[in-house]
Design a protein around this ligand. Structure first.
Ligand SMILES: Nc1ncnc2c1ncn2[C@@H]1O[C@H](COP(=O)(O)OP(=O)(O)OP(=O)(O)O)[C@@H](O)[C@H]1O
Ligand SMILES: [Mg+2]
Length: 284
């Protein structure tokens, strides 16, 4: 079982959007997948049409007296389960700080699921606190969305330092999130990160297909599989899969309507990274 944490210090950068889409891509590729929504806001839970409620709340769940599997719910998607959020996750740092070995809690809980899942995706709340330490200790890779702004790119250094301090050796896969290539600054940041090996080649463009997820409660890669953001999430998953050294399971994959030749069809306003031929309006 491999654990993918979608995490970072900054809020509102696309962590949940990535977690929701990567999880369904993994399940469609044949991996038995669990998405654990660790954010009290419960945005990922909402995208999967579930109620953000866990019986007994965070203290009972983290207490570990009950098997983690008892909190798991199925989703509308084959091979994809959900561990929903709960508003009480707001005090998770306090609960963990009171434990003798806070950094071991999440890892120990996840161990009880070993054998049931191939991939676990953790949608983390923003911040680098005690809970992130515990998540790191359980994770095989950290996926970090970075919005194309100079300060945001520096927040990756912060995450790298945090990882080096608490769990050195865990790979961090950063990617540009909400990229709008009509903007000069975004293009400059894109050029800058192209030479930075910490960044995935996949960059997720700004797209209304992703925005609509909150309303339609369907992952963008399912609702709009040919959208450029959906294509970017699939490429990102391929890079994460490679970093994890995963081998595709020999099962029937779910067709997410992925174009055979890999050439995406633009069906909404998503802006293609590196789409040099497209007419471009300058947006400051
Ligand atoms: N590629 C995208 N294109 C357009 N909008 C996006 C994209 N990715 C995310 N968003 C929007 O940006 C907002 C923040 O995204 P998201 O909730 O995924 O961020 P987050 O990092 O999980 O936030 P938080 O730190 O609050 O948990 C949401 O309204 C989402 O719909
Ligand atoms: Mg989120």
């Amino acid at each position: 079982m491999r654990v993918v944490a979608v995490a970072g210090a900054k809020g509102g950068v696309g962590k949940t959007a990535a977690a929701v889409n990567l999880a369904v891509i993994a399940s469609a590729a044949g991996y038995r997948t669990l998405l654990w929504d660790l954010d009290p806001q419960g945005a990922a839970t909402h995208c999967y049409r579930a109620r953000a409620k866990v019986k007994g709340g965070a203290s009972r769940l983290l207490g570990g007296k009950r098997d983690l599997q008892t909190y798991v719910r199925s989703t509308d998607h084959l091979r994809l389960d959900l561990l929903p959020a709960d508003p009480s996750f707001r005090v998770v740092d306090t609960i963990l700080s009171a434990r003798r070995w806070p950094d071991r809690v999440i890892r120990k809980l996840l161990r009880s699921l070993d054998g049931s899942y191939d991939v676990v995706v953790l949608d983390c709340a923003p911040g680098l606190g005690v809970v992130t330490e515990s998540i790191l200790a359980a994770s095989d890779v950290v996926v970090a969305p970075i919005i194309p702004a100079p300060l945001a790119v520096r927040s990756l250094d912060q995450l790298d330092e945090f990882v080096a301090e608490h769990r050195s050796g865990v790979p961090v896969v950063a990617f540009l999130s909400m990229l709008d290539e009509r903007k000069v600054l975004h293009r400059q940041v894109l050029t800058q990160v192209r030479g930075d090996r910490r960044f995935a080649l996949a960059a997720v463009p700004v797209s209304s297909a992703v925005e609509r997820m909150g309303m339609e409660q369907v992952p963008a890669v399912v609702a709009s599989p040919r959208n450029l953001a959906a294509t970017a999430y699939r490429r990102l998953w391929a890079e994460v899969e490679e970093r994890l050294g995963l081998e595709r399971p020999a099962v029937t994959v779910v067709d997410l309507d992925i174009p055979e030749d890999g050439s995406p069809e633009v069906v909404d306003d998503a802006v293609a990274p590196g789409d040099e031929g497209a007419p471009r309006a300058e947006v400051p």
